[in-house]
Design a protein around this ligand. Structure first.
Ligand code: PGA
Length: 257
């Protein structure tokens, strides 16, 4: 049984004050959650606020990005060691906004994943196709290339501990999620590829998230798909009520036979 994991991605939202306010409400709402792992990904400036606010809750701290070098002349960057030092457990790596706006390459993403593991944290690797690639029938080859290049050199144990988020780019921030069938097909393909490229065991163990306009109204259908083990939630994670509702729906599913 794979433990479901729901992670927030606050992107460039929430000041320290707003992060504190979110936590004050959110903690109460998810107190009873026991079967679903929860991770919160604030901006760098709110990481310590969230770390302190989560003490004793079991909710994990997640960073939205990291650099792969440990120190040096890299103005504006933050190292894996610095994130680990403040209690970060997960790091989102290769989000499509990093790839598209900040020109991150698969080579950089691959280095980031190794660097995250070296500091005892786990990556949430985001992959997914653009609308054009989808229209041209290239979804599977895009996913296959990203997996091959981003996971290169990792041992099977590390791959099985990586969380892979399948995030079709056309579904991110649009309010139009992939259909449950398409989200399931994407995740199933990812799992099969990992079985093929890495090992059968790694493919069976690896947890796969779907991401792209997850909302309370579509969470049940998306999260009940057999190859979807959780979600990476952007806009709907900014509001404590809607994020807690998505988590509670996921928790419910762990209890329905
Ligand atoms: P969204 O973002 O839920 O706002 O579509 C998801 C993401 O970018 O991870």
């Amino acid at each position: 049984m794979r433990t479901p994991i729901i992670a927030s991605n606050w992107k460039l939202h929430k000041t320290r004050k707003e992060s504190r306010e979110f936590l004050n409400q959110f903690r109460e709402k998810v107190k009873y959650i026991s079967e679903t792992e929860i991770a919160l990904a604030p901006t760098y400036t709110s990481l310590d606020i969230v770390a302190n606010g989560l003490e004793g809750t079991g909710i994990k701290l997640c960073a939205q990005n990291v650099y792969f070098e440990s120190e040096g002349a890299f103005t504006g960057e933050v190292s894996p060691e610095m994130l680990a030092e403040i209690g970060t457990k997960y790091v989102i790596v290769g989000h499509s906004e990093r790839r598209q706006i900040f020109r991150e390459t698969d080579g950089m993403i691959n280095k980031k994943i190794s660097a995250v593991f070296e500091q005892g944290m786990k990556p949430i690797l985001c992959i997914g196709e653009t609308e054009d690639q989808r229209k041209q029938g290239k979804t599977e080859s895009v996913l296959q290339n990203q997996l091959r290049n981003d996971l290169r050199g990792l041992d099977p144990e590390q791959v099985s501990e990586t969380i892979v988020a399948y995030e079709p780019i056309w579904a991110i921030g649009t309010g139009e999620s992939a259909s449950p069938a398409d989200a399931q097909a994407g995740c199933k393909f990812v799992r099969e590829q990992i079985k093929k490229i890495v090992s059968k065991e790694a493919g069976e163990k690896v947890r796969l998230q779907y991401g792209g306009s997850i909302k309370p109204h579509n969470a049940r259908e998306l999260m009940s798909q057999p190859d979807i083990d959780g979600g990476l939630v952007g806009s709907a994670s900014l509001d404590p009520d809607s994020f807690a509702e998505i988590i509670s729906i996921t928790e419910d599913l762990t209890k329905t036979p």
